[in-house]
Ligand binder design. Structure first.
Ligand SMILES: Nc1nc2c(c(=O)[nH]1)N[C@H]1C(S)=C(S)[C@@H](COP(=O)(O)OP(=O)(O)OC[C@H]3O[C@@H](n4cnc5c(=O)[nH]c(N)nc54)[C@H](O)[C@@H]3O)O[C@H]1N2
Ligand SMILES: Nc1nc2c(c(=O)[nH]1)N[C@H]1C(S)=C(S)[C@@H](COP(=O)(O)OP(=O)(O)OC[C@H]3O[C@@H](n4cnc5c(=O)[nH]c(N)nc54)[C@H](O)[C@@H]3O)O[C@H]1N2
Ligand SMILES: [Mo]
Length: 765
């Protein structure tokens, strides 16, 4: 017995092949011009030895309960228990924590990705459940572009809105001439859009720009951040030095009278203060191209001639969000905007700037014509929140004060942590510090499909049905399609839908009616689909009945703004269409931010050398800059034990890219296992020697499941997770965003017996 049905994932729709009621593969969808191979991970991972099959409790917690001394979360094994036992224990803990400490002691920030399904959205379900039970401390922001979320509203406007309204590639093909990309345009990352992708069209969009004669310049440590077909000029700056290069470009424009003073006068405030900084009037340092060369390693003449070309041609300046995931990551954003203002092409087709291109399949290609229906979270009675990347600080420093975007706030005292969706032992920085922090709470609950490193650091682990084991529908947050997600098989082991779990808990807590409104998960699916039918109608779309949709194919809508030109209305009439900034204009100097008196984010875009980079003294001990980017073979850490992800590993370790010159210097050959090290930690990785990575930089993909070896003094990770090396200091007091990219390491060939990868097997007694 075999059949096929369409299914949704964040990395694109696929066709599930089902044999004897079991998923045997997720195959490419024939309508997708560039389907993602990440789908190849699913069937193999779901069958794998890392599945959580039964509710499980950590040995020490089972023995000693919440007030156990000397917990060893992460090192201990787990005991499988019945659902009743696990749910009774959680019920008692919720009651105890609420009574003794209040709901502010529950942290359910639960940051991260989950499944593409809109009904079984893990975080929404957890939040709704806790909201009807008194609430919890939530998180704000993300690890993707936190500095942008915090900074941009002050200086130009809401970042998420801007990403929606970003200039389309179709307009660049028509009117653009030059695209200067800081952080490139990695096609590997455009496999993904949160909630799903109907079709991967961006490669074709970029190719039509090339055909139309648009020239691309790729500032990046990694040549492959621009696909070969772009014929991009590759310029490899020291990581973290882009702000300096942009200052050098701006100085050339200014010194040669090429800047657009009329644009600055009409559309910006504070240009005079920025220019005084640029020319060195305020600090004695002239930020010209020669100065930029010293900081970045990019030749001054190259910077000068590029500045002239940028003025002569309709130019789009793009900045990858990775650039702000670094020390003082607000600065490259502000400087991208400032440079684009000096060029004066903002609001014109094919010109201006865009932040976030290349981070999502939909950015610059599409938008949805109406909003999708959502699983309602209801109101959280707790007002307290946490800037998301401060989780280790919060757990380690309860009741202490911290600065954040002009405020002084106080960390709550967390007794219970609940994670459903997201993998902090993948996404957070300085994992050895996070391990310390995760010893603090009295109870940690994790809902997971697989025995991830985070599940291993919990007390109670609940086995969750994967998206292929539930009925749902997929809808990307900016993608213009709806994708069916009918169940492909029944959940493995005793895994259950999260919705059912919360219903059972809510019954025990006397909040079942409020949580469920009397609906089963199937009723919610019907309800949300009916909602969507209503939302779609006024836009002229008649959606089919749910049953027909689930048996059928992807529904695609028209992009509501296929000719979008970012900030066009503002350019057309800044009085009628002012920005949402305090002045209504672009703030090249921002009084409001200047008023915070922060040394790490001043009143205008500034060059602040990263704490760790190739220009620092620390290179004497740790000579290489470590960049960690998103992996081609998976979405973050998801299904890392799947076939496609494993195929690219080297002796089972994550590949680390190293330049042949560096490899020779450290006596490393392609395929060697190497150790990457600094004061914070160490990991093993497989050397991939390639001249597509610049000298002085090593590049390690994120997402290899953290696999610490507790027999080593620094708890060496045997698998290749960059976050044992990254620091847990954030972008600035303003953004408090993660700054994973500012890291120095040493490298050496690993000799001795290769330790076994243990993380793909369940840690059960
Ligand atoms: N060094 C470094 N670190 C980084 C980055 C970097 O560039 N460098 N990038 C950062 C970025 S941009 C991001 S967005 C983060 C991503 O970090 P995360 O979002 O934490 O990463 P994922 O691996 O996608 O984690 C999703 C988890 O949810 C689980 N899951 C899937 N579906 C469900 C479900 O239905 N229910 C439940 N309960 N669980 C489910 C998966 O098994 C998986 O473990 O990482 C950040 N970390
Ligand atoms: N396949 C796949 N796609 C994904 C994801 C995934 O996990 N897998 N994750 C998705 C998510 S959640 C997000 S937020 C986006 C992230 O999107 P991005 O943040 O844009 O992606 P990254 O891969 O972190 O970084 C892009 C490139 O920036 C370059 N770079 C790093 N530091 C510097 C620097 O200092 N200067 C310059 N000039 N370049 C630098 C690196 O070479 C890197 O390849 O990707 C999304 N797409
Ligand atoms: Mo992200």
């Amino acid at each position: 017995m075999s059949h096929k049905q369409v299914t949704a994932n964040h990395w694109g729709a696929g066709v599930a092949r089902i044999e004897n009621d079991t998923l045997s593969a997720v195959e490419p969808h024939s309508g997708d011009p560039n389907p993602s191979r990440i789908n190849e991970n699913i069937a193999s991972s779901l069958k794998g030895t890392a599945r959580v099959l039964k509710p499980s409790i950590r040995e020490g917690y089972l023995k000693h309960g919440f007030n156990e001394q000397n917990r060893k979360r992460g090192e201990e094994k787990f005991v499988e228990v019945s659902w009743d036992k696990a749910l009774d224990l959680i019920t008692a803990e919720i009651k105890r924590v609420k009574k003794d400490h209040g709901n502010e002691a529950i942290y359910a920030g639960s940051y991260g990705w989950a499944s593409a399904g809109r009904v079984h959205h893990a975080q929404s379900q957890l939040k709704r459940f806790l909201n009807v039970n008194g609430g919890s401390v939530r998180s704000v922001g993300n690890y993707s572009y936190n500095a942008a979320l915090e900074l941009m509203p002050h200086i130009v406007g809401d970042f998420r809105q801007h990403v929606k309204h970003i200039t389309r590639w179709s307009t660049v093909a028509k009117e653009g001439e030059l695209v200067v990309m800081f952080g490139g345009m990695p096609l590997r990352n455009t496999q993904v859009s949160g909630g799903g992708v109907g079709k991967h069209t961006i490669r074709d969009d970029l190719l039509s720009c090339v055909e139309a004669g648009v020239r691309f310049v790729n500032f990046s440590p990694l040549k492959t951040d621009a696909i070969n077909a772009l014929n991009a000029q590759w310029l490899a700056p020291r990581p973290g030095s882009d702000t300096a290069i942009m200052l050098g470009l701006a100085h050339t424009l200014y010194a040669e009278g090429l800047h657009d003073q009329a644009f600055l006068n009409k559309y910006t405030v504070g240009a005079d203060k920025f220019l005084a900084y640029l020319t060195g009037e305020t600090d004695g340092v002239v930020k010209d191209a020669d100065w930029a060369q010293v900081q970045s390693g990019i030749d001054a003449e190259t910077i000068r001639s590029l500045a002239r070309e940028m003025k002569a041609k309709r130019t789009l300046v793009t900045c990858a969000v990775s650039l702000q995931r670094a020390d003082f990551g607000e600065q490259p954003l502000w400087m991208t905007l400032t440079l684009a203002c000096m060029l004066g092409y903002i609001g014109l087709p094919g010109g201006g700037y865009g932040i976030g291109y290349g981070a999502d399949s939909a950015i610059g290609t599409s938008d949805r014509p109406f909003r999708w229906s959502v699983f309602p979270q209801l109101k959280n009675p707790v007002e307290e929140f946490l800037p998301v990347a401060m989780v280790a600080d919060m757990l380690l420093h309860p009741n202490e004060e911290y600065p954040y975007n002009g405020q002084t706030r106080t960390f709550p005292d967390t007794k219970m942590v609940w994670w459903a969706g997201g993998n902090p032992f993948h996404h957070h920085q300085d994992l050895n510090r996070l391990r310390q922090a995760f010893q603090k709470p009295e109870t940690i609950i994790v809902n997971e499909i697989n025995w991830t490193a985070t599940a291993r650091h919990a007390d109670i682990v609940l086995p969750i049905a994967s998206s292929l084991e539930r009925n749902d529908f997929g809808a990307g947050h900016q993608d213009n399609s709806l994708v069916p997600m009918p169940r492909a098989m029944m959940p493995r082991g005793e895994a259950r839908e999260e919705y059912e779990i919360y219903c059972d808990l809510a019954k025990r807590l006397g909040t079942y009616e409020a949580f469920s409104e009397g609906r089963t998960s199937a009723d919610w699916l019907d309800h949300m689909w009916e909602d969507l039918q209503e939302i779609a109608k006024p836009h002229g779309y008649d959606l089919p009945e749910l049953e027909t949709f689930q048996k059928g194919d992807i529904i695609t809508f028209d992009d509501p703004a296929p000719e979008a030109v970012f900030l066009k209305e503002f350019r057309d009439d800044p009085e009628v269409n002012p920005l949402t900034t305090p002045s209504g204009k672009i703030e090249l100097y921002c009084e409001f931010i200047a008023g915070f008196n922060y040394d790490d984010c001043k009143g205008h875009a500034s060059w602040l050398p990263p704490r760790e980079w190739l220009g620092s003294d620390k290179t004497k001990t740790y000579p290489l800059h470590l960049v960690s980017g998103q992996p081609e073979t998976r979405l973050h850490s998801q299904y890392d034990n799947g076939d496609f992800s494993l195929e690219k590993k080297i002796k089972g370790r994550e590949p680390v890219l190293i330049n042949p010159v560096d490899a020779k210097k450290y006596s490393i050959v392609d395929g060697d296992i190497v150790s990457l090290k600094n004061d914070r930690g160490e990991c093993l990785a497989g050397a991939l020697v390639t001249d597509t990575i610049m000298q002085g930089v090593v590049f390690l993909w994120t997402g290899a499941w953290y696999d610490p070896d507790f027999s080593t003094s620094n708890h060496r990770d045997t698998h290749g997770n960059p976050n044992v090396l990254t620091h847990d200091l954030r972008t600035s007091k303003l953004g408090q965003g993660p700054s994973a990219q500012s890291v120095l390491v040493s490298i050496e060939k690993f000799v001795g017996e290769l330790p076994e990868i243990k993380v793909f097997k369940a840690p059960l007694v």
